[in-house]
Design a protein around this ligand. Structure first.
Ligand SMILES: [Mg+2]
Ligand SMILES: [Zn+2]
Length: 185
């Protein structure tokens, strides 16, 4: 029997994104990390319900020369120390690299599903940008969009529109019904 996952975007979902010109950016470094309110409790509850918690993050500023792998990984390490996250998947590319991991491509979700024995149709993707929702949809997951009203392209559709990871977790757990089997499909 396959396991179920909650795939989580990082910046703006787990930690607070830095907003410039209405768009979200990653923290400059590990010292600037602020874990968002309710995230710790939400992840604890999802973990207790049996979900594999996988971070899937686009970090194109590495390819753009604005930050480096070490900084991205230092932030991930700091988050892993504080939160019950099972795995981190990072795309370091920019659109012109033509990789298969940059969201909205589903490569990071598909690879994690293979490695962890995750069933995608009973899993969820939570993100704050259209690329997150697109990756979740293409992978066959239910999608939850955290809408901060960024000044940028919005998702065409999503299964649920929420204000926080805490709210997303409550929806996921209510669908789960506490029985270990999602009530949809
Ligand atoms: Mg984000
Ligand atoms: Zn990539």
């Amino acid at each position: 029997m396959s396991r179920r996952a909650v795939f989580l975007d990082r910046d703006g979902v787990i930690n607070r994104a830095v907003i410039r010109n209405g768009k979200p950016y990653p923290p400059i470094g590990p010292e600037e990390i602020e874990i968002l309110p309710g995230v710790r409790e939400a992840l604890d509850q999802l973990k207790a319900a049996g979900f594999v918690l996988v971070v899937v993050s686009n970090q194109p500023d590495v390819a753009r020369g604005m930050t480096d792998h070490e900084t991205v990984e230092a932030i991930n390490t700091r988050l892993a120390e504080r939160l019950p996250l099972d795995d981190f998947r990072v795309c370091y590319h920019d659109g012109s690299d033509g990789c298969d991991c940059r969201k909205p491509k589903p490569g990071m979700l598909l690879a994690a599903a293979r490695d962890h024995g995750i069933g995608l149709s009973t899993s969820f993707m939570v993100g704050d940008r259209w690329r997150d929702v697109g990756a979740g949809q293409t992978a066959g997951c239910k999608t939850l969009f955290i809408d901060y009203g960024y000044d940028e392209r919005q998702p065409d559709t999503c299964d649920y529109r929420v204000k926080s990871l805490a709210e997303a977790a409550q929806i996921i757990l209510s669908l789960d019904g506490g029985k270990g089997v999602p009530s949809f499909k």
